[in-house]
Ligand binder design. Structure first.
Ligand code: BG6
Length: 468
């Protein structure tokens, strides 16, 4: 069925401060955990920033934002998702007064968005907890993080709340289960972290997220606040009910975060899991009241689907932040992430049926090795593989809209090449715009339009009618 995308559909792209801004120590910015994670989540953090950490310079968006936003505008972007580097605003995280130079930078970014009629979509916390909060407080394990985050959130809402309508509280909040440092700023190594600490940290984040929603509505009742979840459809590896149940258990680990954000309380299956793990959460009466501030919409990232097996000896494959059993019917990217456009339709229907809140796809994309070539005297990348991926996923989005799903928009992950979150490489490229920077740090930082640039431009201009 060929329906069209709704009028006013928000087409665009998404990035995160730590993966593209660079300028890691400029204008009073404090260190974030990413500044000491030169290998992403593939190796433990280091003590000090080291020159091999590509995120320190990123793609220098900090100085090239006007040029980059102009390129997004050329593609016809209606929305641009970016994060506010927490340690640019509160260098250590626990100060009471913000850093004016950091705040001013995002004013300039918003000026450019406004100039081009691009709606901003802002993530407050995207894997870039101030390093001081990680080292001194062990990140979200400590309840005091709620207050520091509330201060950060309020500062942002008050400063930008007249210009930014759409907000996300935490990027992929469910990823803390798998990447406690990157996602939760938890300095204790994963192997040493107890379930008690981990789930208490999750509770603190959930309370902080609900609290930010409350504050946003207080500052400006027009603001729309969403949660952000890694979505990952889980298929049973076989029709054996034990495999189906194993899959459902993985689903529930992810659903729990959306359930709390949309229903305002912990679901029964989650409480059972805590009891089985021997975890006793410290939940105050005030926490329970705060959690009742539910979100206005649900956003999510979608890259891969996985299979589940009840048999623990079945080997897992690579995936986005957490791994699953590979699906024998699906192809995979060069990084082993399995490509499954239909999974996106499934997720959209699943979330809409479950939560009945407007949805927003805020990440979807293909990380691939690109080759810069010269065509008619112009440097470009012939990235037909990326075009195929985008087309096939958007066709499934269209199907979901025809199914009745209420979808606000779609932001492609990394419309311009950025540093990868998991591996910290630049060679894992997602962009429609190529950035001349290599994994060894060399390169001119020049930008070049890839073939997919024009493809996406057409999709946006035709509001999806050009999809095949
Ligand atoms: C998401 C993150 O999990 O996936 C992004 O929100 C990240 O920050 C994206 O960049 C793609 O993952 P990676 O590891 O290929 O950069």
């Amino acid at each position: 069925m060929k329906t069209t995308f709704p009028e006013g559909f928000l087409w665009g792209g998404a990035v995160a401060a730590n993966q593209y801004e660079g300028a890691y120590d400029v204008d009073g910015k404090g260190l974030s955990i990413q500044d000491v994670m030169p290998k992403g989540i593939t190796a433990p953090p280091v003590e000090e920033p080291t020159p091999d950490n590509l995120k320190l310079q990123g793609i220098d968006f900090y100085h090239r934002y006007a040029e980059d936003i102009a390129l997004f505008a050329e593609m016809g972007f209606k929305v641009f998702r970016f994060s506010i580097g927490w340690s640019r605003i509160f260098p250590k995280g626990d100060e009471s007064e913000p850093n004016e130079a950091g705040l001013a930078f995002y004013d300039r970014v918003l000026d450019e968005c406004e100039k081009h009629g691009i709606e901003p979509l802002v993530t407050l916390s995207h894997y870039e907890t101030p390093l001081h909060l990680a080292k001194t407080y062990d990140g979200w394990v400590d309840r005091r993080l709620i207050g520091f985050y509330e201060n950060f959130a309020r500062t942002c809402f008050e400063r930008y709340g007249k210009r930014v309508k759409y907000w996300l509280t935490f990027n992929e909040i469910n990823s803390v289960l798998h990447a406690p440092l990157m996602s939760g700023g938890i300095w204790t190594p994963k192997e040493e972290l107890s379930q008690q600490q981990l789930y208490q940290a999750i509770h603190h984040e959930l309370v902080a997220s609900a609290s930010a929603t409350r504050i946003a509505h207080e500052v400006n009742p027009e603001l729309k606040v969403g949660c952000m979840i890694i979505s990952m459809p889980v298929y049973p590896l076989t029709p054996d009910p034990a495999d189906v149940l194993a899959g459902r258990m993985i689903d529930r680990d992810n659903y729990a975060f959306g359930d709390v954000h949309c229903r305002g309380a912990y679901p029964g299956y989650f409480l059972r899991k805590l009891a089985e793990l021997g975890v006793e959460l410290e939940i105050t009466e005030e926490d329970r009241e705060t959690l009742k501030h539910t979100v206005d919409f649900v956003s999510f990232s979608y890259y891969v689907s996985i299979c589940a097996s009840a048999d623990p000896s079945v080997e897992k494959g690579p995936g986005n932040i957490f791994a699953g059993v590979p699906n024998p019917t699906l192809p995979a990217s060069e990084w082993g992430w399995q490509i499954d456009p239909v999974g996106l339709r499934l997720v959209l229907n699943d979330y809409w049926d479950r939560w009945q809140k407007p949805l927003f796809i805020v990440e979807n994309g293909l990380g691939a090795k690109d080759e810069l070539v010269e065509k008619d005297g112009v440097k470009t990348v012939e990235d037909d593989y990326r075009i195929q991926y985008l087309n096939d996923h958007l066709v499934q989005v269209r199907e979901a809209i025809a199914d009745g799903v209420n979808l606000l928009g779609y932001t492609w992950w990394g419309p311009i090449d950025v540093v990868s979150a998991s591996t910290a490489q630049l060679s894992k490229r997602y962009g429609f715009i190529y950035v001349d920077r290599n994994d060894d740090g060399t390169g001119t930082l020049e930008r070049y339009r890839k073939k997919s640039f024009d493809f996406y431009k057409q999709v946006i201009a035709s509001n999806g009618a050009s999809l095949t």
